[in-house]
Ligand binder design. Sequence first.
Ligand code: FPP
Length: 251
Amino acid sequence: MEKIKTQIQKGNIPKHIAIIMDGNGRWAKQKGKPRIFGHKNGVTSVRESIEGCAEIGVEYLTLYAFSTENWNRPKLEVKTLMSLLVTSLKKELKNLQKNNIILNTIGNIDLLPKNAQKELFEVIKQTEKNTGLTLTLALSYGSREEIVNVIKNISEKVVNNNLKIEEIDEKIINNHLYTFSLPDVDLMIRTSGEQRISNFLLWQMAYAELYFTNTFWPDFRKKNLFNAILDYQQRERRFGKTSEQLETIHE
Ligand code: FPP
């Protein structure tokens, strides 16, 4: 494992990694266990990913923990996921402090059970003075819903003469997203073999490198994260330019 870590180039660490944590249910099914067994084991992978990112100097990690569509899952599964969130937050606070991590959240948090909201805001408050990795949990999050809200908020400003149509640009839109304080995503990882974006950070991923692995989320460890980063480091990010143009910029 240490060997993989030493191969990572220090000067080319993705600033913002986003992860679609997928495959908890299938992992559990393979073991003849209920889906929630997979979610419970997924917490270890969350911890490993956070620590791995903190160790190598990733500045932002965003985890898709619960989508707007996930509300349609069986009631008991939703309830158990919410209580898993609460117990994990309580249990992990010490670890977050130890690793200097700032907790942040995106999504329609008002829809979460009151105790989950309370615990979230408590941990956010307790970690706000930290200076290390910003860990963002996407909860009750949907990218299209986020964009609809941006349009509503901007329109309201225009109607009320607080903003001119000509002033609307990418920066204004960025400032109205849930992710207003985060940079664009550099690397998006999805586990479990599915190759989709599933309504996650559509605007913010415009130039992200996409990495898909067959590993189910509960089996995802630091070494899997470091492998994804090594893969990212082998790619040439052109942002619409040619390779030759990039060479002259680097010279
Ligand atoms: C996707 O697997 C996983 C989720 C919808 C929930 C993710 C939650 C955790 C990892 C645990 C709690 C999180 C935190 C932040 C403490 P799936 O159920 O869609 O798997 P499947 O596609 O195999 O059915």
